[in-house]
Write a protein that binds this ligand. Structure first.
Ligand code: SF4
Ligand code: SF4
Length: 443
């Protein structure tokens, strides 16, 4: 795509980066076929190619964002299916991240939208605030139907509907400290991201990861000082907050590296993994952090990616349960991890089925299911129909956002992949899973 930025504009490294991305787009439109918002809404401006044109026009003309561009960029899930499809290597993720930061700087949203976003940024990244908010949500849940009828309160209604009825107790395993690897053979030393929303919604996910890793002889460090990865605010265009989160985590993991080395930084939420693997890029212009952030990104591994690199023993049990594997967008498109979770499940004795349209987002996408509840619900229902058509007994996925989203409409239990793996290798049976049975012949 031809661009016409001035030299003065290109002196801004963010604009220069976006210009490089824009020039790679050849307008072929292949990306439209796999874009969930284009597939749902059928509007070119809600396709990757349409958004790329809008962003180009806004940046090239040095214009503040207007209502039209905000509408179409806000509808983007940042699912990155377009990046998987694009034959030309267009880095849509960095382009839309830049556009969102530009929107945040130059556009004044309506009051209700500003308040909702400010509240999400104030609550979600902080486990104690999020826990308190979930308790409050229980009081508001009877009014969700009423709020849904008022346009400005739809995000509040979506939040209340998504809030779980049971809030598990915080896990002591999430506290900073070291979990020693068991057995004589030491198989590695890793740090694990304690995270924010996931640690409140389902602390059992990291407990399973830590238990399994330590049983495999891997020492697991929960570093002091780490927190939210920054993805939630990053996707709202709040760059300063996102970079502050990234810096804090880079500091925490750098200390862990210096205190004993790390083979990997383990992440059990693929949405966070995509962002942490991008820290090197996000902090590239910060001389105090660029190298450290690049080192952290290079060490970041999804839990399944790391487990696949280990020499695993035979599973303790072979559950023989039929599992529908839902590949989170951040897993398959953001991190290009497609093979390992399924192979690990099969090796552990599960029968894995893949739902149709596996490339399409479930509509969770960070805070998207709160901020865009209509499109999100359409995508969720489509996803659940495809999952239920597999005839599986349980859904496995590697991202807490997808778990919450799919579970809000599916009749079958939805669990994190690591819980099934932990079970097969000797850990406790995940809640909602029926007793194991004889192995069904592999499909
Ligand atoms: S990130 Fe997803 S929703 Fe956004 S343009 Fe790309 S494919 Fe469409
Ligand atoms: S597939 Fe890639 S090159 Fe083609 S229109 Fe989409 S972003 Fe541009």
């Amino acid at each position: 795509m031809q661009t016409s930025f001035s030299l003065a504009q290109l002196a801004d490294p963010h604009v220069a980066e976006s210009e490089k991305i824009l020039r790679k787009c050849v307008h072929c439109g292949f990306c439209t076929a796999t874009c969930p918002t284009y597939v749902t809404l059928g509007n070119e401006l809600d396709s990757p190619r349409g958004r790329i044109y809008l962003i180009k026009d806004m940046l090239e003309n040095g214009r503040p964002a207007d209502k039209e561009i905000v509408t179409h960029i806000d509808r983007c899930l940042s699912c990155l299916a377009c990046m998987t499809t694009c034959p030309s290597g267009v880095n849509y993720m960095h382009l839309v991240d830049h556009a969102r930061a530009h929107i945040e700087e130059t556009y004044r949203r309506p009051l209700a939208d500003r308040l909702t976003r400010a509240m999400l940024a104030f609550v979600l990244p902080y486990p104690s605030r999020f826990r308190a908010a979930l308790k409050l949500a229980k009081l508001g849940q009877p009014f969700a139907g009423l709020f849904e009828k008022i346009s400005a309160l739809k995000p509040l209604a979506a939040m209340l509907k998504l809030a779980p009825t049971h809030i598990p107790a915080a896990s002591p395993m999430a506290s900073p400290g070291i979990h020693a690897g068991q057995g004589a053979k030491k198989n590695g030393r890793v740090a694990i991201l304690a995270g924010c929303a996931q640690s409140v919604l389902d602390p059992g996910i990291n407990d399973s990861a830590i238990s399994l890793l330590t049983r495999l002889g891997v020492e697991v460090v929960v570093p002091q000082g780490e927190g939210c990865c920054g993805a939630l605010v990053h996707h709202m265009g709040r760059e300063d907050a996102a970079l502050a989160s990234a810096q804090r985590n880079v500091d925490a993991w750098t200390r862990a590296i210096e205190q004993g080395g790390l083979d990997a930084i383990i992440i059990t939420a693929s949405g966070c993994g995509t962002t942490i693997k991008d820290y090197g890029f996000m902090l590239r212009l910060d001389p105090a952090y660029a190298d450290k952030a690049a080192r952290v990104s290079a060490l970041a591994r999804d839990i399944t990616e790391y487990l696949a690199s280990l020499d695993l023993p035979q599973p303790v049990r072979r559950p023989g349960i039929i599992v529908a594997y839902h590949s989170a967008c951040s897993m398959q498109h953001g991190q290009k991890i497609t093979r390992q979770p399924k192979e690990l499940l099969v090796r552990a004795g599960f029968v894995v089925r893949e739902p149709r349209e596996g490339h399409l987002c479930c509509g969770s996408a960070g805070t998207y299911n709160i901020l865009q509840p209509g499109i999100s619900a359409t995508l969720r229902d489509r996803k659940v129909r495809n999952i239920e058509a597999t005839g599986a007994e349980i859904v496995a996925t590697g991202n807490i956002g997808c778990i919450t989203q799919i579970a809000s409409a599916a009749k079958l239990p939805v669990v994190h992949t690591i819980k099934l793996l932990d079970w097969a290798y000797g850990g406790p049976k995940p809640e909602g899973v029926r007793e194991e049975r004889a192995v069904i012949a592999a499909e």
